[in-house]
Ligand binder design. Sequence first.
Ligand code: M6R
Length: 619
Amino acid sequence: MCGIVGYVGPQQAQHVVVEGLRRLEYRGYDSAGVALVVPDGTGPGRIAEAKKAGKLANLEKVVADSPLPASHTGIGHTRWATHGAPNDVNAHPHLGHERRVALVHNGIIENFAELRSRLEADDHVLVSETDTEVVAHLVELQVQSGVDLTTAMQRVCLVLEGAFTLVAIDAHDPERVVAARRNSPLVVGVGEGEHFLGSDVAAFIEHTREALELGQDQVVCITRDGVEITDFRGRPAEGRRYHVDWDLSAAEKDGHDWFMRKEIFEQPKAVADSLLGRRTQHGLLQLDEMRLSDDEIRDIDKIIIIACGTSFYAGMVAKYAIEHWTRIPVEVELSSEFRYRDPILDHSTLVVAISQSGETADTLQAIRHARTQRSRVLAICNTNGSTIPRESDAVIYTHAGPEIGVASTKGFLTQLVACYLLALYVAQVKGTRYGDEIDQIMGQLEAIPEQIETVLAGAQQVYDLAAEHTGARSVLFLGRHAGYPVALEGALKLKELAYLHAEGFAAGELKHGPIALVEEGLPVLCVVPPRGRDQLHEKMISGIQEVRARGARTICLAEEGDTKIEPYADVLVRLPQVPVLLQPLVATIPLQLFACELATLLGHDVDQPRNLAKSVTVE
Ligand code: M6R
């Protein structure tokens, strides 16, 4: 996730900004940059900037080779690529047409394509592929028209759609840095005769522990001596003032003990971001970056999904959705098995490779094999510019932001979103679903972030449950239909983090063998499907009865209002009501929380579990 820093005060801005960026490195990034206002005693100042793909050390080398002038006002950015590859040109800051305004941005501007065309029609030359550069041009146009930077920012925010934190400087106004936020974090650091801006407090914690959190749709102007907050219409507003008593490590984790827990709690935003900009003005689904023509999509007669670990379980969920909405047969296969079985592939087979990191060797080898067989490969990936999307014919990027915890959480949920979007898009192109059905499902997806919030609000119940199970030797997970991969994912999380024997089963399969494992007191977590479809709910209850009758302790995840489950649940964790195909988006969360908490209580390193690497780059 991008890191943002802003500074105005007596210190050398370049130093403060680059140090701030270093404190934000933990967020993950692929390029970095800094811009300063260099005042000119006699006339308007100018912007000096430097930016470079890769690590901060690359940027530091650039400024060591060609030092930037002294300045007391500056902004900086570490970029996690969304629009456009991770290279020098796309790195932030971006400048306006006349190089008067420099701007950095975190988030996604949904209507950037339309805004960009308008600018280009007015002879603006945009050099990068980013949505950010468009905003730099727009803000500059405003200041050129005579308003100050704060007003310029307010006016521009009114025309932007999407999620953003923006921070800008104006060469003609060397004493101010202006920022804005909508659905993306921004904090002000309040110092003595100096002020800071940061994506989080880690950016300035070594200078001040007094912070001011901006509210939704607010603009802030910082000078050496003041902080002024307004809404987008210029009306005075207030931020939330607080004292930071975390150490740096807690600050990086936003007060959480683990990156994993932080990432679990980021899921409402990650899902919302992955849905941003997916519909045209006319309500049609669009997948801009996908690069498969409608004709190519109409030609698809089989889909094979390949992935590993958690991404494989996302693929299993995708199979239910794609087959149901598009009627195209789908196979899901572990990447490591796929290429060694001589799979039947041809040009009308679409291979979908799901990978959070984009670097998993097994999946990479599998896509290389598929392409030698003339199949087209679509990557679903969270890491822009990584090898798997680069070697694929098409890509859908998820917008989870960097995932630091080794155990995948927000990566998984956003993969699910990308799979649903792919399924709906193919259904739209092939005409296997009516537009209003697609519209209805999109509406249900758009409601999910809020529903995830309600699940997260109940975290304490799950933590208490984890505390009751610190002595467990084995835990089983049951699910049916789209809940089956969720059971597998719940078991994987527990294995990875708590080093416990854990297994997931399709509930209907129990009686064919696994039920022999059930003994008195064995915890069995059951993902109960929503009521009312194809007897799934009733069948699941039968499975739960079977294990309970043999002494299992049943912990049931069931939707609100499901009273039928009550007699069979020793513990009931409530889920929001969502359609069965989308239920994994809410049902996975208590399982993530359970594993994270249990591992914490057992004293394990949740972010770096033993024997595991975040990205497995060997076969
Ligand atoms: O980066 P990828 O999605 O390709 O990684 C696949 C698996 O290695 C990954 O999901 C792994 O299973 C995680 N540790 C699960 O939490």
